[in-house]
Design a protein around this ligand. Structure first.
Ligand SMILES: Nc1ncnc2c1ncn2[C@@H]1O[C@H](COP(=O)(O)OP(=O)(O)OP(=O)(O)O)[C@@H](O)[C@H]1O
Ligand SMILES: [Mg+2]
Length: 290
């Protein structure tokens, strides 16, 4: 990758609290996100109930659980879209520890957290390229300042932004659609575009909410490769919600299981799969591990 897309050098943070199963190769990686006793209430409903977990650099961690378990709500809390009722969320930002509960949703890209949504959110009328340009927008000067710098500097910056966005699309296999309206892409590619836009913000933590929903088996398997590749290429930590057990178990190093707002299990795919509480929580749902 050229310098434009080089992964940021990350300062290491002291970490005395790694607590991963020994079977996880990332056990020694620095801590990135520390969630403690996270509780989120909506009126009388406890959507997330004292959930604690940690994410480390370069991990892919799956978040599973039946409908209404609180998975999306937990993502909403990490991305400052819903307030915590109790507990703490700490992120290792570029300049040290950050208390996520003090931030607003628009602060997330600056500190290195990006997400996708359960229902794809892209600008359907914009082109594929424009969608990615919007994602990277925050890293550049505002137009008013650029105009003061003069037309040439402004044009130069535009050229650089477009080149970077095209490079990202190239890397993600979307370059040939760059000038097509986003709505014309098949569903699987719209998902990729949403991820591309999130990547344009250069996150260190990428939250992906149910990416395989609505996809056939072939698209799902391609998505597994895609997510593994971007994690490697961008040096990301990926936290991924998934309903499809087979899919999440095929690539997660570690899985956290929520049920009725509570964390009922955490471990490697093999550990979680045979956990009695997980089996119980999924009873009545289709158990499709094979
Ligand atoms: N903004 C909100 N206001 C009130 N209740 C909410 C809100 N968001 C979520 N809930 C409730 O919180 C609970 C958890 O919802 P959440 O969307 O987090 O579940 P989920 O695990 O993502 O489920 P699914 O697999 O269906 O996406 C549900 O009972 C839901 O109705
Ligand atoms: Mg959800």
């Amino acid at each position: 990758m050229n310098s434009g897309l080089e992964v940021q050098q990350i300062k290491t943070m002291e970490n005395k609290e790694t607590n991963l199963p020994s079977s996880t190769p990332e056990a020694a990686s620095p801590l990135l996100l520390d969630a403690r006793e996270v509780t989120i209430r909506f009126g009388g409903l406890v959507a997330v109930n004292k959930v604690s977990f940690q994410l480390h650099e370069n991990e892919i961690v799956g978040l599973i659980g039946p409908n209404g378990a609180g998975k999306t709500t937990l993502f909403n809390a990490i991305s400052a879209q819903v307030p915590l009722s109790e507990g703490s969320l700490t992120f290792r930002g570029p300049e040290g520890k950050i208390d996520l509960t003090r931030l607003q949703a628009h602060d997330m890209t600056r500190i290195g957290i990006a997400r996708t949504f359960q229902n794809i959110r892209i600008f359907k009328r914009m082109t594929v390229l424009e969608n990615v340009l919007v994602g990277g927008h925050w890293r550049y000067r505002q137009p008013a300042i650029s105009i003061m710098l003069g037309q040439r500097a402004y044009r130069e910056e535009e050229r650089k932004r477009t080149a970077e966005a095209m490079e990202l699309l190239e890397l993600l296999g979307l370059a040939r659609y760059a000038h097509d309206p986003a709505r014309s892409l098949p569903y699987g590619l719209q998902r990729r575009l949403e991820i591309a836009r999130a990547l344009a913000t250069r996150p260190r933590l990428l939250l992906i909410d149910e990416p395989s929903a609505g996809m056939n088996d072939q698209e799902t398997m391609e998505l597994v490769d895609f997510i593994q590749n971007i994690r490697r290429q961008f040096g990301l930590t990926v936290f991924l919600i998934e309903h499809d057990m087979k899919f999440v178990m095929s690539f997660s190093q570690r899985i956290i299981v929520l049920s009725s707002g509570k964390k009922i299990a955490e471990g490697t795919p093999a550990e979680v799969q045979r956990h009695p509480l997980v089996i119980e929580a999924y009873l009545g749902e289709e158990m499709d591990y094979a």
